[in-house]
Design a protein around this ligand. Structure first.
Ligand code: URA
Length: 272
């Protein structure tokens, strides 16, 4: 009988040659690898190193929140024409114009009542959401549920989605180009739900939806307005800190609590 592989054996030190397949896997886990991005392995010890991007000059302007696309998708997914959320979901499932979907396991469309009075938009799915196909189900999602409950809004009464519906590899922040590609999807979702208030969680959602370069610390806590004249909508928008940020910096919860009270003051409870 072949010897049993001991998955609890200590990992080789960084730089040691891997001993066997299991040791190679342990080495990769220890090095922080959590996703394979290609079908074919690349030996980067012999391949020419990729050219390093030139550092931006100090005075370079900030990138726009949603830049125009250098390579717009060849086929317009027609998100703006979606008749209802089911139609929008079908168009999103068929959309292959954003490379993030190739490394993601599931498309995370969003969930909640079709005509929720409150809509919450986050950044992008993480590992738990990628596995389940539902938004905000991991630790940040559990905190979001408690935040909403604290102002009398059960999660089931809220429509929750993200500016990007696919998990970026390794949970990195989506690039402005990825956000731009997905923006027509989320804007149509907002039009179809037509909420009475929109709560944006974190900088990625706030800069994309409000089309601003301001940081979240400046944007949060003030009412803004999202104009969608073609849909006859002018939607009050409030941004606050992302729950994942609040998990890391709990001293910011007091400010988020203030923001949530703004939502409560404007909407009251979930009953119409
Ligand atoms: N963080 C997000 O921004 N969205 C999710 O769905 C989960 C975590």
């Amino acid at each position: 009988m072949p010897p049993m592989t001991d998955f609890h054996a200590p990992s080789p030190a960084f730089g040691d040659p891997p001993l066997d397949a299991a040791a190679a896997l342990r080495w990769q886990v220890a090095a922080g690898v959590d996703i394979a991005v290609g079908e074919t392995p690349v030996d980067r010890t012999v391949a020419a190193p990729p050219a390093m991007p030139k550092p931006a000059p100090a005075e370079a302007p900030l990138p726009a929140a949603a830049p125009p696309l250098a390579n717009p998708p060849a086929v317009d997914p027609g998100f703006a024409q979606a008749a209802d959320l089911a139609d929008l979901r079908a168009r999103l499932e068929a959309f292959d114009g954003c490379l993030l979907r190739r490394t993601a396991t599931r498309t995370v469309f969003g969930n909640g009542p079709d005509r929720a009075r409150l809509m919450v938009i986050g950044e992008a799915p993480g590992a738990d959401e990628d596995r389940s196909g539902e938004p905000f189900v991991g630790r940040a999602g559990q905190l979001l549920d408690r935040m909403l409950a604290s102002i009398g809004w059960p999660r089931e009464a809220v429509f929750v989605t993200n500016v990007v519906p696919w998990r970026p590899p390794g949970n990195r922040t989506p690039t402005p180009e990825e956000v731009t590609l997905c923006l027509p999807f989320v804007l149509r979702a907002i039009e179809l739900v037509a909420p009475q208030a929109l709560l944006l969680l974190g900088a990625a959602a706030a800069t994309a939806i409000l089309d601003t370069r301001e940081g979240i610390t400046r944007i949060r806590g003030r009412w803004h307005s999202l104009e969608r004249p073609a849909a006859g909508l002018s939607i009050p928008v409030l941004a606050t800190f992302h729950p994942a940020f609040l998990l890391r910096f709990p001293d910011k919860k007091a400010l988020a609590w203030r923001d949530l009270l703004e939502i409560k003051a404007r909407l009251g409870g979930p009953a119409v």
